[in-house]
Write a protein that binds this ligand. Structure first.
Ligand code: BT5
Length: 257
Protein backbone atom coordinates (compact mmCIF):
# COMPACT_ATOMS: atom_id res chain seq x y z
CA UNK A 1 0.00 0.00 0.00
CA UNK A 2 1.22 3.48 -0.85
CA UNK A 3 1.90 5.50 2.29
CA UNK A 4 0.47 8.82 1.28
CA UNK A 5 1.74 10.85 4.21
CA UNK A 6 5.29 9.68 3.55
CA UNK A 7 5.11 10.57 -0.11
CA UNK A 8 3.81 14.03 0.75
CA UNK A 9 6.64 14.50 3.23
CA UNK A 10 9.20 13.40 0.61
CA UNK A 11 7.86 16.01 -1.81
CA UNK A 12 7.21 18.78 0.65
CA UNK A 13 9.61 21.18 -1.01
CA UNK A 14 8.18 20.47 -4.46
CA UNK A 15 5.67 23.30 -4.90
CA UNK A 16 4.60 22.17 -8.34
CA UNK A 17 2.14 19.53 -7.15
CA UNK A 18 -0.96 21.50 -6.36
CA UNK A 19 -3.45 18.88 -5.36
CA UNK A 20 -3.13 15.18 -4.50
CA UNK A 21 -5.81 12.57 -4.94
CA UNK A 22 -5.26 8.97 -3.81
CA UNK A 23 -7.64 6.11 -4.45
CA UNK A 24 -7.40 2.46 -3.55
CA UNK A 25 -9.15 1.34 -6.69
CA UNK A 26 -10.38 3.19 -9.75
CA UNK A 27 -11.36 2.33 -13.30
CA UNK A 28 -8.66 4.61 -14.68
CA UNK A 29 -6.83 7.54 -13.09
CA UNK A 30 -7.28 9.26 -16.48
CA UNK A 31 -11.05 9.52 -15.93
CA UNK A 32 -10.69 11.11 -12.52
CA UNK A 33 -8.04 13.53 -13.76
CA UNK A 34 -10.26 14.43 -16.71
CA UNK A 35 -13.25 15.20 -14.49
CA UNK A 36 -11.03 17.40 -12.33
CA UNK A 37 -9.57 19.13 -15.39
CA UNK A 38 -13.01 19.86 -16.75
CA UNK A 39 -14.06 21.23 -13.37
CA UNK A 40 -11.12 23.68 -13.51
CA UNK A 41 -8.53 21.92 -11.29
CA UNK A 42 -5.09 23.56 -11.35
CA UNK A 43 -1.98 22.41 -13.12
CA UNK A 44 0.00 20.06 -10.89
CA UNK A 45 -3.06 18.11 -9.75
CA UNK A 46 -2.11 14.47 -9.48
CA UNK A 47 -4.25 11.34 -9.21
CA UNK A 48 -2.81 8.06 -7.91
CA UNK A 49 -4.44 4.67 -7.59
CA UNK A 50 -3.20 1.53 -5.87
CA UNK A 51 -4.89 -0.46 -8.64
CA UNK A 52 -6.95 0.22 -11.73
CA UNK A 53 -9.69 -2.05 -12.99
CA UNK A 54 -9.85 -0.48 -16.45
CA UNK A 55 -6.41 1.03 -16.99
CA UNK A 56 -5.87 2.04 -20.57
CA UNK A 57 -3.05 2.35 -23.06
CA UNK A 58 -2.99 3.99 -26.46
CA UNK A 59 -5.36 3.33 -29.32
CA UNK A 60 -7.98 1.51 -27.22
CA UNK A 61 -5.50 -0.91 -25.68
CA UNK A 62 -5.74 -1.97 -22.04
CA UNK A 63 -3.20 -1.45 -19.27
CA UNK A 64 -2.97 -4.03 -16.49
CA UNK A 65 -2.56 -2.27 -13.18
CA UNK A 66 -2.53 -4.56 -10.14
CA UNK A 67 -1.31 -3.37 -6.75
CA UNK A 68 2.40 -2.68 -6.40
CA UNK A 69 2.90 -0.60 -9.53
CA UNK A 70 3.06 3.14 -10.16
CA UNK A 71 -0.18 4.24 -11.81
CA UNK A 72 -0.95 7.94 -11.90
CA UNK A 73 -2.16 10.88 -13.96
CA UNK A 74 -0.77 14.40 -13.81
CA UNK A 75 -2.79 17.39 -14.97
CA UNK A 76 -0.91 20.07 -16.88
CA UNK A 77 -2.05 23.28 -18.50
CA UNK A 78 0.87 24.14 -20.78
CA UNK A 79 0.29 27.56 -22.36
CA UNK A 80 0.96 26.43 -25.90
CA UNK A 81 -0.50 25.37 -29.17
CA UNK A 82 -2.05 22.00 -29.67
CA UNK A 83 0.57 21.04 -32.24
CA UNK A 84 3.17 20.91 -29.44
CA UNK A 85 1.31 18.25 -27.44
CA UNK A 86 3.58 15.48 -28.79
CA UNK A 87 6.50 17.11 -26.96
CA UNK A 88 4.86 16.31 -23.62
CA UNK A 89 4.76 12.57 -24.26
CA UNK A 90 8.47 12.61 -25.08
CA UNK A 91 9.16 14.84 -22.06
CA UNK A 92 7.42 12.40 -19.70
CA UNK A 93 9.21 9.34 -21.08
CA UNK A 94 12.60 11.08 -21.00
CA UNK A 95 12.10 12.40 -17.44
CA UNK A 96 11.10 8.94 -16.15
CA UNK A 97 13.94 7.17 -17.95
CA UNK A 98 16.54 9.60 -16.60
CA UNK A 99 15.17 9.40 -13.07
CA UNK A 100 15.27 5.59 -13.07
CA UNK A 101 18.76 5.56 -14.59
CA UNK A 102 20.08 7.92 -11.94
CA UNK A 103 18.44 6.35 -8.92
CA UNK A 104 18.54 2.64 -9.80
CA UNK A 105 21.46 2.50 -12.25
CA UNK A 106 19.41 0.66 -14.87
CA UNK A 107 19.95 1.48 -18.56
CA UNK A 108 16.33 2.38 -19.33
CA UNK A 109 15.65 3.61 -22.85
CA UNK A 110 12.72 5.34 -24.52
CA UNK A 111 10.89 4.10 -27.55
CA UNK A 112 9.05 6.88 -29.30
CA UNK A 113 6.43 7.97 -28.59
CA UNK A 114 5.67 6.50 -25.20
CA UNK A 115 7.45 3.32 -24.10
CA UNK A 116 10.02 2.88 -21.34
CA UNK A 117 12.17 -0.11 -22.20
CA UNK A 118 14.84 -2.10 -20.43
CA UNK A 119 16.59 -4.79 -22.46
CA UNK A 120 13.80 -4.41 -25.02
CA UNK A 121 11.23 -5.30 -22.41
CA UNK A 122 8.47 -2.92 -21.41
CA UNK A 123 8.91 -1.33 -18.01
CA UNK A 124 6.23 1.29 -18.51
CA UNK A 125 4.35 3.60 -20.79
CA UNK A 126 2.95 7.10 -21.14
CA UNK A 127 -0.52 8.06 -22.27
CA UNK A 128 -1.53 11.63 -23.14
CA UNK A 129 -5.11 12.85 -23.24
CA UNK A 130 -6.04 16.47 -23.81
CA UNK A 131 -8.60 19.09 -24.67
CA UNK A 132 -8.10 22.24 -26.69
CA UNK A 133 -9.69 25.66 -26.91
CA UNK A 134 -9.25 26.75 -30.49
CA UNK A 135 -5.64 26.02 -31.44
CA UNK A 136 -4.44 26.02 -27.82
CA UNK A 137 -4.18 23.34 -25.18
CA UNK A 138 -6.75 23.79 -22.42
CA UNK A 139 -5.66 20.81 -20.32
CA UNK A 140 -3.36 17.91 -20.92
CA UNK A 141 -3.17 14.81 -18.76
CA UNK A 142 0.00 12.78 -18.64
CA UNK A 143 -0.85 9.23 -17.59
CA UNK A 144 2.10 7.14 -16.50
CA UNK A 145 2.19 3.45 -15.73
CA UNK A 146 5.42 1.85 -14.53
CA UNK A 147 5.78 -1.74 -13.34
CA UNK A 148 7.48 -1.56 -9.96
CA UNK A 149 6.69 -4.37 -7.48
CA UNK A 150 3.53 -5.61 -9.20
CA UNK A 151 2.91 -8.92 -10.97
CA UNK A 152 3.24 -8.63 -14.74
CA UNK A 153 0.65 -9.35 -17.43
CA UNK A 154 0.75 -12.87 -18.85
CA UNK A 155 0.29 -11.62 -22.37
CA UNK A 156 1.52 -8.31 -23.70
CA UNK A 157 2.48 -6.66 -26.96
CA UNK A 158 6.10 -6.40 -25.82
CA UNK A 159 7.57 -8.71 -23.15
CA UNK A 160 6.92 -6.89 -19.86
CA UNK A 161 9.38 -6.24 -17.04
CA UNK A 162 9.14 -4.70 -13.57
CA UNK A 163 11.77 -2.76 -11.69
CA UNK A 164 11.70 -5.37 -8.93
CA UNK A 165 12.28 -8.05 -11.57
CA UNK A 166 15.19 -6.14 -13.07
CA UNK A 167 16.80 -5.42 -9.70
CA UNK A 168 16.07 -8.78 -8.08
CA UNK A 169 14.29 -7.22 -5.09
CA UNK A 170 11.24 -5.09 -4.42
CA UNK A 171 11.73 -1.36 -4.00
CA UNK A 172 10.31 1.37 -1.82
CA UNK A 173 7.28 2.67 -3.73
CA UNK A 174 7.10 6.05 -2.01
CA UNK A 175 10.70 6.76 -2.79
CA UNK A 176 10.13 5.67 -6.36
CA UNK A 177 7.23 8.09 -6.75
CA UNK A 178 9.24 10.90 -5.21
CA UNK A 179 12.10 10.31 -7.65
CA UNK A 180 9.78 10.21 -10.67
CA UNK A 181 7.62 13.17 -9.69
CA UNK A 182 10.59 15.37 -8.94
CA UNK A 183 12.03 14.61 -12.37
CA UNK A 184 8.70 15.30 -14.09
CA UNK A 185 8.28 18.65 -12.36
CA UNK A 186 11.85 19.73 -13.16
CA UNK A 187 11.73 18.75 -16.82
CA UNK A 188 8.31 20.31 -17.33
CA UNK A 189 9.33 23.63 -15.79
CA UNK A 190 12.49 23.57 -17.86
CA UNK A 191 10.42 22.88 -20.98
CA UNK A 192 8.26 25.95 -20.26
CA UNK A 193 11.38 28.11 -19.92
CA UNK A 194 13.75 26.69 -22.51
CA UNK A 195 11.52 24.89 -24.98
CA UNK A 196 11.87 21.39 -26.39
CA UNK A 197 15.54 21.45 -27.40
CA UNK A 198 17.07 20.11 -24.12
CA UNK A 199 14.54 17.26 -24.12
CA UNK A 200 15.19 16.49 -27.77
CA UNK A 201 18.90 16.24 -27.03
CA UNK A 202 18.30 13.84 -24.13
CA UNK A 203 15.87 11.81 -26.23
CA UNK A 204 18.55 11.23 -28.85
CA UNK A 205 20.81 9.74 -26.16
CA UNK A 206 18.11 7.55 -24.68
CA UNK A 207 16.27 6.40 -27.79
CA UNK A 208 15.86 2.68 -28.37
CA UNK A 209 15.21 3.35 -32.07
CA UNK A 210 18.76 3.24 -33.28
CA UNK A 211 18.33 0.93 -36.20
CA UNK A 212 15.58 0.28 -38.65
CA UNK A 213 11.99 0.00 -37.52
CA UNK A 214 8.71 -1.39 -38.75
CA UNK A 215 5.91 1.14 -38.91
CA UNK A 216 2.28 0.11 -38.71
CA UNK A 217 -0.04 2.90 -39.88
CA UNK A 218 -3.65 2.05 -40.51
CA UNK A 219 -3.60 -0.98 -42.79
CA UNK A 220 -0.11 -0.16 -44.01
CA UNK A 221 3.16 -1.68 -42.72
CA UNK A 222 6.56 -0.54 -43.91
CA UNK A 223 10.23 -0.49 -42.99
CA UNK A 224 11.94 2.79 -42.23
CA UNK A 225 15.10 4.32 -40.85
CA UNK A 226 14.86 6.74 -37.90
CA UNK A 227 16.39 10.15 -38.56
CA UNK A 228 15.46 12.03 -35.39
CA UNK A 229 12.77 13.98 -33.65
CA UNK A 230 11.12 17.14 -34.98
CA UNK A 231 10.66 20.35 -32.98
CA UNK A 232 7.08 19.28 -32.38
CA UNK A 233 7.98 15.82 -31.06
CA UNK A 234 7.17 13.95 -34.28
CA UNK A 235 9.43 11.12 -35.41
CA UNK A 236 11.38 11.86 -38.59
CA UNK A 237 11.96 8.77 -40.70
CA UNK A 238 13.37 7.88 -44.07
CA UNK A 239 11.30 5.52 -46.13
CA UNK A 240 12.47 4.40 -49.55
CA UNK A 241 14.69 7.48 -49.83
CA UNK A 242 11.96 9.93 -48.79
CA UNK A 243 11.76 11.85 -45.50
CA UNK A 244 8.47 11.71 -43.59
CA UNK A 245 7.21 12.67 -40.16
CA UNK A 246 5.17 10.26 -38.07
CA UNK A 247 2.42 11.40 -35.71
CA UNK A 248 2.24 9.47 -32.44
CA UNK A 249 -1.52 8.89 -32.52
CA UNK A 250 -1.37 7.22 -35.89
CA UNK A 251 1.36 4.63 -35.60
CA UNK A 252 2.74 1.62 -33.77
CA UNK A 253 6.44 0.87 -34.15
CA UNK A 254 8.34 -2.38 -33.88
CA UNK A 255 12.10 -2.57 -33.54
CA UNK A 256 13.66 -4.35 -36.52
CA UNK A 257 15.68 -7.40 -35.49
C1 BT5 B 1 0.96 2.52 -22.88
O1 BT5 B 1 0.08 2.14 -23.85
O2 BT5 B 1 2.07 2.09 -22.73
C2 BT5 B 1 0.41 3.60 -21.94
C3 BT5 B 1 0.17 3.05 -20.58
C4 BT5 B 1 -0.33 4.13 -19.65
C5 BT5 B 1 -0.86 3.55 -18.38
C6 BT5 B 1 -1.17 4.62 -17.37
S1 BT5 B 1 -1.44 3.98 -15.76
C7 BT5 B 1 -2.03 5.49 -15.20
C8 BT5 B 1 -2.89 6.05 -16.32
N1 BT5 B 1 -4.24 5.56 -16.22
C9 BT5 B 1 -4.56 4.78 -17.27
O3 BT5 B 1 -5.67 4.22 -17.45
N2 BT5 B 1 -3.52 4.73 -18.12
C10 BT5 B 1 -2.39 5.49 -17.65
P1 BT5 B 1 0.42 1.18 -25.08
O4 BT5 B 1 1.72 1.55 -25.70
O5 BT5 B 1 -0.80 1.23 -25.92
O6 BT5 B 1 0.59 -0.23 -24.41
C11 BT5 B 1 -0.51 -1.04 -24.08
C12 BT5 B 1 -0.13 -2.49 -24.27
O7 BT5 B 1 0.86 -2.84 -23.29
C13 BT5 B 1 -1.29 -3.47 -24.01
O8 BT5 B 1 -1.99 -3.73 -25.18
C14 BT5 B 1 -0.57 -4.72 -23.50
O9 BT5 B 1 -0.12 -5.54 -24.56
C15 BT5 B 1 0.65 -4.16 -22.81
N3 BT5 B 1 0.48 -4.05 -21.35
C16 BT5 B 1 -0.66 -3.96 -20.61
N4 BT5 B 1 -0.38 -3.82 -19.32
C17 BT5 B 1 0.97 -3.84 -19.21
C18 BT5 B 1 1.88 -3.73 -18.11
N5 BT5 B 1 1.47 -3.55 -16.85
N6 BT5 B 1 3.20 -3.80 -18.41
C19 BT5 B 1 3.67 -3.97 -19.67
N7 BT5 B 1 2.86 -4.07 -20.75
C20 BT5 B 1 1.52 -4.00 -20.52
Amino acid sequence: MLKVSRLRAELESERFFARWIFREEVGSTMDIARELAEAGAPEGTIVFAARQTAGRGRRGRGWESPEGGAWFSLLLRPPMELCRAGCLSVLAAVACALAIRERYALPVRVKWPNDLLLDNRKLGGVLIELAAVGAHIDWLIVGIGINVNNPLPKEARLPPLSLAGALGHSIDLEEFFAVILRALARWYLRFLQEGFEPIRTMWAELSALEDGIWVQRGGERFEAQVKGLSELGKLIIERSGRIEELIAEEVTLTLRE
